[in-house]
Ligand binder design. Structure first.
Ligand SMILES: Cc1ncc(COP(=O)(O)O)c(C=O)c1O
Ligand SMILES: Nc1c(O)cccc1C(=O)C[C@H](N)C(=O)O
Length: 395
């Protein structure tokens, strides 16, 4: 039994943290490791840190750790930039693989930035591409012979609904399309097997279930048989075969490293590298079954004690990621009332109260204590306090 690992995390006294699906908490060892990088490496090594502290190899090294968590082989994942950029790169490379096709399929459950990036890319290409955004349940029927790429987020950020990765990838491939998965809400949350899925590309962020901290670098996976031919649209020097040859001609690096763009964020990457230590020896299947047990308990208790909430997530845990969402018309104020009492979840417009379940640091006691507070907030209509109506800039 490897779970839970609560002692590895800094969790403020009196807080029950149910928002690790948006920003993971701080693993305790990160602060000292980052401080060491700042003073011993940046401070003392100065420019020599690129070689002596191996900063230049960090994206590949950290990529290998992520690969282990998403069922991908060594050397198939690299790190850097934000997820929005990685979405752009994956889609651009996918479209270059299908030059005669013009349609991209995505769904309305996708996170908006993925759709925005796709729209911008298609406009820039100026070759008449069309982004077709269908309802999540209509994706299967929308994949036809005209489709160049299918680009989906496996787990819906609002409802937690989970696509069938293997089935949709197989459908895309039957139609001759390239498959791109956004694993933002999957990596570290559910078992993922990139190799078995056979998808060409995957991307994801590391500040949610992987606890890399706000602004942590994103990852990109390219299927190994394609990594030497995928065409990077953002031809940055760190994706060059020989960045320090300073050639004026661009030659992509071999393998997935060509998907790097510019200078890696060393301090943030170090925070992530250290944060990934909490996964040492952890079995994702064990994490998954513990998360399901917590979610099932939460749903049962909430439905029994909070009749004004309506389950927005799939009831079948197999069709859900690691979060549970409930609809409530006053969900924003109710969430503020919860947060004021130390139970931190979040709210997504128009009426979704989201709760993330991460068994590395959450147990059944936390779930039951959180439901006590939720029942109090709803049963006694504590959310009516005007202080809870004021909207923050970031929710
Ligand atoms: C599916 C998905 N894609 C992209 C993003 C954000 O991308 P970025 O890291 O570029 O802000 C998020 C969450 O922030 C997300 O949930
Ligand atoms: N990336 C975020 C940010 O910079 C600020 C606030 C929230 C986020 C998030 O990650 C939101 C998240 N993707 C979501 O599922 O809503």
């Amino acid at each position: 039994m490897t779970l839970p690992r609560k002692e590895l995390f800094h969790l403020p006294e009196g807080v029950i943290y149910l928002d690790g699906n948006s920003l993971g908490p701080l693993p305790r060892s990160v602060a000292a490791r980052v401080a060491g990088t700042v003073t011993d490496e940046w401070g003392d090594m100065l420019i020599r840190g690129w070689n002596d502290a191996e900063w230049a190899d960090q994206p590949a090294r950290v990529g290998n750790r992520i690969a282990g968590l998403i069922g991908a082989p060594e050397g198939s994942v690299t790190m850097g930039d934000t997820l929005s950029i990685k979405v752009y790169q994956a889609l651009a490379a996918a479209l270059a693989m299908r030059p005669d096709r013009r349609v991209v399929i995505s769904d309305s459950g996708n996170f908006p930035t993925d759709l925005y990036m796709a729209e911008g890319l298609l406009r820039t290409l100026g070759r008449g591409h069309e982004l077709r955004v269908v309802a999540p349940e209509e994706v299967d029927g929308a994949i036809g012979e005209e489709v160049a790429a299918v680009m989906l987020t496996e787990v819906d950020y609002r409802t937690g609904r989970r696509h069938d990765m293997s089935a949709i990838t197989a459908k895309a491939h039957d139609a001759g399309a390239v498959m791109i998965w956004d694993l933002a809400h999957s990596a570290g949350a559910v078992p993922v097997d990139m190799t078995a899925s056979n998808a060409e590309f995957a991307v994801g962020c590391t500040y949610k279930y992987l606890n890399g901290g706000p602004g942590a670098p994103a990852f990109i996976y390219v299927r190994p048989d394609l990594a030497d031919s995928a065409e990077p649209a953002l031809q940055g020097w760190f994706g060059h075969e020989a960045p320090f040859a300073f050639d004026i001609d661009y030659r992509p690096a071999p393998g997935v490293e060509r998907m790097r763009v510019g200078t890696p964020p060393v301090i943030q990457m170090t925070a992530l590298e250290e944060a990934l230590m909490v996964w040492d020896g952890v079995d994702m299947d064990e994490v998954r079954s513990a998360a399901i047990a917590l979610m099932e308990r939460f749903i049962t208790e909430v439905e029994a004690r909070c009749p004004s909430l309506e389950l927005a997530s799939p009831r079948d845990p197999a069709k859900r990621g690691s979060q549970v969402s409930f609809r409530f018309s006053e969900g924003y104020a109710a969430m503020q009332a919860l947060i004021a009492r130390g139970v931190i979840g979040d709210f997504r417009a128009p009426d979704i109260m989201r709760f993330g379940f991460t068994p590395l640091y959450l147990g059944e006691d936390d779930v039951l204590a959180a439901v006590d507070v939720l029942a109090d907030v709803l049963g006694n209509e504590l959310w009516r306090d005007p202080a809870y109506q004021k909207r923050s800039r970031v929710t």
